[in-house]
Each structure stands twice: as C-alpha cells, then as structure tokens.
Write a protein of this length. Structure first.
Length: 541
C-alpha cells in the first residue's frame, strides 16, 4: 500500500529551492539544498518583479501586530470587572490562590465552609448585573477597593496550579487596574506566542493557520483570550501546541527544534489553565500522529507528544474536574435513555452554534449573540469545512474524526451522565479550544493545490470583520447602557446614554469604531502576508 504525502511534508520541503528573500526560512531549516547551477555567477541577475513585495512585507507585519494589539485592548476594556462567566470565582482564586496559607488572604469558617476575605469588587455580589441584560454595569460604581467581605467563591483544587498563581503577582490595591493588567497579560501572551509560531511554521502551512484562527476564534476566542477566564489560556495553549507540533512534524532541522520549544510552551499553558485543556494534549497528539507515516525521522516529535500527553493526563487526574462530569447539574429527566440519546444527537448542530456563542454568549449568558451574529458566525465555520473538503485523504479524515469526536463526544457523554436532553447545556467554551485545531488539520492536510482562492479568502475576511464589529458593539451596549431593546444591540449609538464606562478620555462609540477598523486592517495585512508567501511556496513546489 502506498500513501500520498501530506502537504508540507519533510519529503517535499527538502527538495524545494527557497526564495531569495527567505533568509529566516533558510536559517531555520538546515536541510535546504541549494543548486549551484541555478544562478551562474557569470551571468547578471535580473531584478525580481517581486522586489516591491519583499519591501512591503515588514511594513505589513508591523501593521498586523499593531492592529491586533489595538483590537485586543479594545476588548480588554469593554467588559467591566467580573464581567465574564464565573469571574467572581476566578478573580477570588487569583486574589487567594492555593495554598491559602501562603496567599496572604484572611480566611474564616462560615456555615461550616472556609471563606476568603477579598475586595467587594470581586466577591460573590460583584457581578450585580449578572443574568440581567437590561441592567448596565453602573451598579458597580458605588463599590470601593477598600471594602472587603468574605466569599465562598474560590478554587479549592478544581483547577491546575499556575494560572491563578501567576496572575496573583499582578494584584494591587486598585482592583480594576489589576484586572486590566491581567487581561492585557493574557492578550500579550497569546499575540506573542501565536505570532512566533506563525513566523516559524513551514511557509505552505501559514495560510491554513491564519484561516483556522479566523474561522474559529471570531468572536468567542477573542472574547475569552482578553478576559480573566482561564478558558482564554486553554484556547491559546491548545492551538499553540497543535500548530507547533504539526509544524514540527512537517519540518526538519532547527525549524523543528524551535517549533517543539513553542509546542512545549503551549503544553505548559494548557497544564496550568484547565484540566480539560490538559486532556486535549492527548487528543491533539493522536490527531497529529494520524497524519504521519511512521518513519525514523518522526521519532523525536512522536516521543515529545507522548511525554506531553502523559503530563497532561497526570495534571488532569490531579484536579477534581476530572471526576465531576457526572454530577454537574443532574436532572430528573422524563425521557428514557434511548430517547435522550436521540435528542442529544439531534442537538449536535446546535452545539456547533454554541462554539460561537449562540445561547450562552459572552458575560454570564446575558449578552445575546443569537440571530444575525450566529448566522454569520456559522458562515465562518462552513467556509472552513467546505474549503478543506476540496481534498480529503484517509489520514486527514482520521485526524478530523479524532478531534471532532472529542469535541462533540465529551458534551454528549456529559449530557447522558447528567440526564440532559440537549448538548448545548454543556458550555461551548469548554470545547472551543479544539475548534481551531480541527480547522487547521482540515485546511492544511491533503493536496497542496487545493488552497482557498482569493475570492474565498476575501469572503472570509468580510464576514469575520462584520461578526467582530457586531459582537463588540453588542457587548458594549449591554454593559454601557443595558439591553432595553435587542433590535438595537448592533445599531444603537453607544454614546447616547452612557450609564457605565471607564474613566478614560475615549468614548464607547470611539472604542468600537477604532477596534472594528483595526481588526479589518489586521485581517487584510495578515492574509496578504500569508497568502503571498504560501503562493510563492506552491509555485516553487
């Protein structure tokens, strides 16, 4: 039996002559074989028609980074403290991380349980607007940093160590400022890590990488990455590990070493954020292994993935999350087990919508993303699915089944254990880290000539920019004014009735406009860069 080499495989890369401007490519890949006959020294070398493109690339790179940072900072400031799901729990755990004895927090036993002494701005009563979308965040304005109270909402072993302990270093006497610094740190970690991976990936892999991030992370990925929720780290870490490992498998030499180092960073982020993210290391490792033909050259990445998976499983088993899935919110269902199986299977398409915020959305499930936002968001998902379906091999299909099976299988099992009759009762953010991995595998593997066309990429950029703008407007409207009329969520003047806003010289409407433009600019800059270089690689292959 013979196997078709996967796109970007080491066998193909070793025979490719790199472009003249690929100094970084050559320095990363020690296996490049240059043909001395290709450019005889006794003949003048003509100026390449692509020379202006080479000069433009650094400008586009800087523009893309700045635009992404501007967009991310807009999201950082658009939600109030305690504005994301279970923030009273996560912020309480940051102020008083385990072990409590060395955290510096006062404790007290109230009604037989240990409680921690935290500022009222992050205590149980902090999200005073939670589940009341008609209320703005103005109810938080009377709260003071100096007012303290005991709270029962903190981590006592449910989450791995690391995330809370690192963010605890940013705790100051000013609660809101501390929260903003933590969100900014999360943004910088994501941008720097994903940017480094983009630079080090094999050239032909970069377009698929950019498409996967756009199709999977708009809008909910951006929201969680710029929040205080550890799900943001899970989203960043799982994709960093998956893309770096897949890139390492399809590389050799120093490029492979650098990518494995970046994969280690991604694995570390997974193991210090959530137990399910630690388990996803195994899922990703199996999916990437399915893309490989077993040869000696794959021994190092294979051993690395085995170690990372083993560490991930150990971390997961060391938390109580691993044992709590059967007792989340059990109900007395009137339906029989076979009927619940059928009902949960029927709800699988609905769960895809949950990955884009259809029901739970942002905030405490009180920021409505249903309607046009969900429809356009699902267009991003279908784009990735249809674009990748142009070329399918059995290895690609197996990898996709492994990832999608975990992404949909875990909610199905949890739903059955708790006698639920619909998978969307399991929050989509828990499985969101795997969505970008699925899209990356689906878009990259297969025939090299099946890359998305320019019109297809333009379609993706337009839809992604629209979704981003609509979601950010809805989020700001919910907290600045309160949602009095859902029809105005994406059209209202955010400056017309400001009930809550930060003490900054920039209005909510300006933040929304600048972020919308910056995100569109980032999309254009990134896709010009990655498509240009990917097209060069295809032409040289």
């Amino acid at each position: 039996m013979t196997f078709e080499p996967q796109a970007g495989s080491p066998e193909e890369n070793s025979t490719r002559v790199p472009a003249a401007d690929e100094d970084l490519e050559a320095s990363l890949d020690s296996t490049v074989d240059l043909d001395p006959v290709a450019k005889p020294k006794d003949k003048p070398v003509a100026v390449s028609a692509t020379e202006p493109r080479k000069l433009l690339r650094p400008v586009l790179g800087v523009l893309a980074i700045l635009s992404v940072l501007v967009t991310g900072m807009a999201w950082v400031i658009s939600s109030p403290t305690a504005g994301s799901p279970d923030d009273d729990y996560h912020l309480g755990s940051i102020w008083c991380p385990q072990p409590l004895e060395s955290s510096g927090c006062r404790t007290a036993v109230v009604d037989g349980e240990v409680r921690v002494y935290v500022p009222e701005k992050i205590a149980q009563s902090a999200p005073c607007f939670a589940r009341h979308p008609e209320m703005s965040a103005s109810c938080r304005l009377p709260m003071k940093d100096s007012n303290m109270e005991f709270s029962r909402r903190y981590d006592a072993g449910n989450f791995p160590a690391g995330y809370y302990q690192l963010h605890h270093l940013l705790v100051t006497d000013n609660v809101d400022r501390s929260v903003l610094m933590m969100r900014t740190l999360n943004l910088l970690i994501c941008v720097s890590l994903m940017g480094a991976i983009a630079v080090c990936l094999p050239t032909r892999m970069r377009l698929s990488y950019a498409l996967a991030l756009t199709a999977a992370w708009v809008p909910m990925g951006i929201y969680y990455i710029t929040s205080n929720n550890p799900s943001g780290w899970a989203i960043t870490g799982v994709m960093a590990y998956a893309s770096s490992l897949l890139g390492a498998v399809n590389s050799e030499g120093r490029r492979r070493v650098v990518l494995l180092v970046l994969a280690s960073v991604g694995a570390l982020i997974c193991c210090t954020s959530r137990a399910d993210a630690s388990f996803f290391l195994l899922v990703v490792s199996l999916a990437v292994a399915a893309t490989m033909r077993w040869q000696r050259r794959y021994l190092v990445p294979a051993l690395f993935s085995v170690v990372a998976s083993a560490v991930g499983i150990k971390v997961m088993l060391g938390t109580s999350q691993a044992y709590a899935t059967s007792n989340l919110f059990p109900i007395d269902s009137p339906y029989s087990a076979p009927m619940r199986v059928a009902m949960n299977l029927v709800s699988v398409p609905e769960y895809l919508g949950e990955l884009y915020g259809r029901t739970w959305g942002a905030g405490w499930g009180d920021v409505p993303f249903d309607g046009p936002i969900t429809v356009l968001s699902l267009c991003l998902a279908f784009f990735a699915l249809f674009a990748g379906a142009r070329s399918v091999t059995w290895r690609k299909a197996l990898a996709a089944v492994l990832v999608s099976g975990a992404m949909m299988g875990i909610p199905f099992v949890v739903s059955m254990q708790n006698k639920w009759f619909a998978m969307p009762l399991y929050h989509g953010r828990y499985q969101l880290p795997l969505l970008a991995v699925l899209f990356l595998l689906w878009l990259f593997l297969g025939s090299r000539k099946a890359a998305p066309t320019v019109p297809q990429v333009v379609f993706l950029m337009v839809v992604a920019a629209l979704v981003h703008s609509m979601v950010l407007h809805t989020l700001l409207y919910r907290y600045v004014t309160g949602i009095q009329d859902e029809q105005l969520s994406i059209t209202a003047d955010l400056d017309a009735n400001i009930l809550w806003w930060r003490n900054i010289p920039v209005s909510p409407m300006t933040v929304w406009a600048v972020a919308s433009i910056a995100f569109a600019v980032a999309l254009v800059a990134v896709f010009i860069l990655v498509r240009d270089k990917s097209q060069d690689a295809l032409e040289q292959a």
